[in-house]
Write a protein of this length. Structure first.
Ligand SMILES: [Zn+2]
Length: 492
């Protein structure tokens, strides 16, 4: 039995119009004439103390976004959870366009103690044609000036918040283009003291589209004539993902070869990662689990719910190819009814990558209201660097308990915020007695449950949510039950 309908908030139809995403290639500011007053990039190089500088190194402390980009507690920035990085050393060799940064931190995450020691590395080796690596050099203030000199930057004057800036803009060399063949744009903003205070570029991202990447540089100090910002930060998707506080810096370090080892001696870089090889999908991965309810097995599991004239799918898979395969499995083995809704359990990268094929098919994304702003912006960002058309994604938010229901079936979406993410929903099929969840994986026998499993168990207990079968996006080897979930908080 479940409680009366009055408990449920109706699915709130929050169709948000695409908000202005930050992909406008020109700054949101007033352009001014007066080119004759503008400094040249050579002037800026001199002001920055870069004449005769072929390399530099700096040290200090740093921080990085905890759990990595798009694995945060809250979908939208700011993302205040950070790992401290100590003993940070960052070195750039402009002659070969190489950079390496390394410091000590944790391989920890938000949830589990004790943290394990680890390192944080930024690696842009010489000779790579990976923009995701090379942009790390060009987005530094010094790399920006060197790039602007090498590739013939255009300049313009602009005013922002009452301050005057010169914006320099250059394109990546013809040898370095996006998958669609576009050269990348790099902009840098120079204040009236000749300091680069902001840089930006756009990097293709399978989920974020033409992702805006921004460098912010503040509180410049002279280190023997070399101008160095005391703090800097890189932002992606509108929020800070990495930052440094500089304590010392020097130009043309004598031990350059030691600071940037040759590529053979480098650890494998952390960029890239090719697409997994396509494999022949098994004939039928679907499994009926109740009236009008199926699982699509064989990877990140999806729940498919049939209504009289459409389908709703809970969870889209961990990759675009998995998302495509789920859609194909549904069409081939479940129903040819319209897939009207794709429900996202939570906004982490491995639970959203498979949304892209659903967006291409015009399926409406349903997610917790907490996630709407970020997902709407990401999915409605232009995808020109990828060579793809806009997704025109429709994103709908639910709060409290969302309800998809008609005369034939009923799917409840319960919001269960927890230490893993505050935008988490689980799916309940009351008629079929199934709870479907992501990342609330029950503990192995004789081990303690993690804090977010306990949060779900308390929610189920306190709200008397009834079901028999406990099903997961991460399938368990043996069938699990409500009783096993509640056992994780026995004795509380
Ligand atoms: Zn997750």
């Amino acid at each position: 039995m479940y409680r009366s309908i009055s408990f449920f908030a109706a699915l709130s139809l929050l169709f948000l119009t695409a908000c202005s995403n930050e992909t406008d290639r020109s700054a949101a500011s007033t352009e001014m004439v007066g080119e004759d007053m503008a400094p040249s990039i050579a002037d800026v190089a001199t002001d920055m103390g870069l004449d005769g500088v072929d390399s530099l190194t700096l040290s200090g402390s740093a921080w990085r976004i905890r759990n990595s980009f798009r694995q945060t507690l809250t979908a939208s920035p700011p993302w205040p959870e950070r790992d401290e990085v100590t003993s940070w050393v960052q070195t750039i060799d402009f002659t070969v366009s190489a950079m390496r940064g390394q410091g000590d931190t944790f391989a920890s995450n938000l949830f589990f103690a004790p943290p394990v020691a680890g390192t944080h590395v930024i690696n842009a080796p010489a000779g790579t044609d990976s923009w995701s690596q090379q942009m790390e050099v060009w987005l530094t203030p010094w790399g920006f000036v060197k790039g602007a000199q090498r590739y013939g930057a255009q300049s313009s004057q602009l005013e922002r918040n009452g301050n005057s800036y010169t914006r320099f803009s250059f394109s990546s060399p013809e040898s370095m283009t996006s998958p669609s063949g576009m050269r990348y744009t790099v902009n840098g903003y120079v204040n009236t003291d000749g300091q680069v205070v902001r840089t930006e570029t756009w990097l293709e991202d399978a989920f974020m589209g033409d992702m805006h990447v921004v460098g912010i540089y503040a509180d410049y100090e002279s280190h023997d004539g070399l101008m160095v910002p005391t703090t800097f930060e890189q932002q992606r998707g509108g929020g800070g993902v990495f930052g440094v506080t500089v304590s010392s810096a020097s130009a043309n370090p004598a031990n350059l070869a030691e600071l940037i080892p040759t590529p053979e001696n480098n650890a494998p870089n952390n960029g890239g990662g090719g697409a997994p090889a396509a494999s022949e999908p098994p004939a039928d991965l679907t499994q009926q689990v109740g009236d009008g309810a199926w699982l699509v097995n064989g990877g990140y599991v999806s729940l498919v719910v049939e209504f009289s004239d459409h389908l709703a799918v809970f969870e889209s898979g961990q990759s675009e190819s998995r998302g495509e395969m789920i859609i194909q499995q549904i069409k081939d083995n479940i129903s040819d009814k319209e897939i009207r809704y794709i429900i996202n359990s939570h906004p982490h990268s491995d639970h959203t990558a498979g949304l892209i094929p659903f967006m291409r098919e015009g399926v409406i994304l349903v997610t917790h209201e907490e996630n709407v702003e970020f997902l709407d912006r990401a999915l409605n960002t232009p995808r020109s660097l990828l060579g793809e058309t806009d997704l025109n994604a429709q994103v709908m938010g639910v709060t409290g308990v969302g309800l998809l229901e008609d005369a034939t079936n009923r799917l409840e979406l319960h919001h269960v915020p927890n230490l893993h993410t505050d935008g988490m929903v689980v799916g309940l099929l009351p008629e079929q007695g199934i709870l479907f969840q992501a990342d609330f994986t029950l503990p192995k026998p004789d081990t303690d449950a993690n804090p977010f499993v306990k949060t779900l168990a308390r929610y189920i207990s306190e709200n008397d949510v009834q079901f028999e079968s406990y099903q997961g996006v991460h399938a368990a080897a043996v069938s699990q039950t409500r009783a096993e979930l509640l056992a994780t908080i026995a004795g509380e």
